[in-house]
Design a protein around this ligand. Structure first.
Ligand SMILES: [Zn+2]
Length: 562
């Protein structure tokens, strides 16, 4: 392949694509033998992969330079064009579900193919195309609103990312001021954000209604997230385990943190400051950290070494912060090239190292699955599995903490990571419960939604003290979470995955090579099996089963000494 920057982008010819898909659809329907049906199915996968690769190239380039009008226009094109593909993709799914060769397909590719098709059959319909297009437009408007949020900090205009470093400052006054500016930033935008969220809720609820789903949008979101093995009830049981096991441990961590910082009562602006003399920063910028990562991946295993060298050779990451670049970080995949791509905005904090472990963990899993799995649909799994890949890689990187942060910072960096991973879980499940409650009562006003958020916060984060800031006391904190706007119901996947990653971490302590073997097997399996089956394949506990959260995290709580 060529380097990412040299890939020539061409807008897919949608008419030709539809025609080609229709041709394969006819061949699939008319197939007299499994070989014929199989060939039509695989050809359709290939057609989809080409179109998706073009989409990903345009989307990555759009985020690399949001001022580039060309790719901005391409994204608008795709928003509509992809929604218009729904009827043909739906017809394909119907044909697959009716194929007389199901047993042969299952024998070769497993049952997952049909599990996915059955879910798609319930969640896809051309009836909802107008809402899908409107949802895409509203989401884009939200992104623009969020990106335009600005505030002044100590006389300087800055956005959310500009505030981050100050929000972690060891100087209490500085971080308090930074957090106030941060709260003001969201308060100022709240009217607009509330309106956009209202609109999204209405559209989503309407889609579920049109599809005739009795569970409302929550059911549709579970289908869209390919949750075939569990429903809201199981997720509720998981949250209850978090409340029983993790919340008390984090409450103790917060008490210790207050003592360490020498403050009488920990305020919300203290939570991100782990140590009185400041958090550990990495040893250098992009060049230094990438060099450390390259050495690390070469040492971890031959597979990871080959993977990271591939990323470097083909320019498959863009890590520096530049004006005009989209905020945040992500990992995506170019199916045609069997290549992942990592996007980030380095800022000189521990988050930079996290990109090279977490996002690279996703990238490694994708790179591996793309070389092990025969189907486009199996290249990646659901996010509660994909996040196990990334979060577990963060733990596999522990022996290299000294290289990323310097010898003197090892204890601090490791404590910050491990305690941070545990302390985030109560927040993750808060966001999850919030969304369940919002979509259960979609007619709620913005004010009522805030009250609900505040109520949930007190259950899972009883230590949270907003220091009398009215906007936050009323429940305005939820607004900062872009997943609630853009990736509904995603958030609990991080919590489920972190619990599994902790279990992996426990296994690393006992038998490193056995843990690695299971991890590699999980990455190779991609999305070829269902969630529970993948957990089994990796020898992981099912986090919904009572007692499994306790079992997975006890050693972490002990290591953190609380
Ligand atoms: Zn991730």
């Amino acid at each position: 392949m060529e380097k990412f920057s040299e890939i020539v982008y061409k807008r897919p010819d949608m008419a030709a694509l539809k025609k080609a898909m229709k041709q394969q659809l006819e061949l699939l329907k008319k197939a007299k033998t499994y070989e014929e049906a199989r060939a039509a199915y695989l050809a359709s996968q290939e057609i989809t992969a080409h179109a998706e690769t073009s989409y990903v190239v345009a989307s990555v380039r759009n985020t690399l330079d949001t001022t580039d009008k060309f790719y901005d226009g391409e994204m608008q094109f795709f928003n509509r064009a992809l929604a218009m593909l729904m009827p043909i993709s739906k017809a394909f799914i119907d044909a697959m579900l009716k194929t007389p060769f199901r047993a042969e397909f299952e024998a070769e590719f497993g049952k997952q193919l049909f599990t996915l098709a059955e879910m798609a059959q319930k969640s896809q319909s051309k009836k909802i195309i107008p809402e899908l297009i409107a949802q895409g437009t509203t989401e884009n408007n939200y992104k623009k609103t969020a990106a335009a949020c600005k505030t002044t900090f100590r006389g300087e205009e800055c956005n959310f990312y500009g505030l981050l470093k100050h929000m972690e400052s060891p100087d209490r006054e500085e971080r308090k001021e930074a957090y106030l500016a941060w709260a003001k930033l969201y308060e100022d935008a709240s009217e607009q954000l509330d309106k956009q969220f209202d609109k999204l809720i209405k559209l989503r609820v309407r889609m579920a209604k049109k599809l005739g789903l009795p569970g409302g949008y929550t059911e549709l979101a579970y289908l869209d997230r390919h949750r075939a093995d569990y429903g809201p009830k199981e997720v509720e049981q998981f949250r209850a385990q978090v409340k029983a096991v993790i919340v008390p441990a984090v409450a103790k961590l917060r008490e210790e943190q207050a003592k360490r910082l020498g403050v009488e009562k920990l305020k919300y602006y203290d939570e991100t400051c782990i140590f009185p003399d400041g958090n550990a920063d990495p040893v250098g910028g992009e060049a230094e950290l990438v060099a450390v990562a390259q050495r690390m991946y070469r040492e971890i295993s031959p597979e990871t070494g080959e993977f990271f060298d591939f990323l470097c050779e083909y320019g498959l990451f863009d890590l520096a912060t530049r004006p005009g670049k989209h905020l945040g970080g992500y990992c995506t995949y170019l199916a045609d090239y069997k290549a992942p791509f990592i996007f980030s905005n380095f800022n000189g904090t521990a988050a930079d190292v996290n990109v090279l472990t977490h996002e690279a963990g996703h990238a490694f899993a994708g790179y591996t699955a793309m070389r092990s799995q025969p189907l486009m649909d199996y290249m990646s799994s659901t996010s509660e599995v994909n996040e196990i890949h990334s979060m577990t890689m963060e733990h596999f990187a522990y022996p290299y903490t000294k290289d990323f942060f310097g010898e003197a910072n090892v204890a601090k960096a490791k404590y910050a990571h491990l305690s941070g991973a545990l302390s985030t879980i109560p927040y993750l499940v808060s966001v999850d419960e919030f969304q369940h409650r919002v979509y259960a009562k979609p007619e709620m006003t913005a004010k009522e939604r805030r009250a609900i958020w505040h109520e949930i916060e007190q259950i899972y984060m009883p230590w949270r003290d907003y220091d009398g800031v009215p906007f936050l006391e009323e429940g305005g904190f939820w607004m900062q979470k872009q997943h609630i706007f853009l990736y509904p119901f995603y958030y609990v996947d991080y919590a489920l995955a972190q619990v599994c990653a902790f279990e992996f971490y426990g296994r690393m302590k006992k038998d490193h090579s056995d843990a690695w073997k299971s991890y590699l097997a999980l990455c190779r399996a991609g999305g070829s099996k269902g969630y529970f089956e993948l957990l089994q394949l990796a020898g992981l506990s099912n986090p919904f089963v009572e007692g499994s959260v306790e079992k997975a995290v006890r050693h972490v709580i002990e290591e953190l000494n609380v």
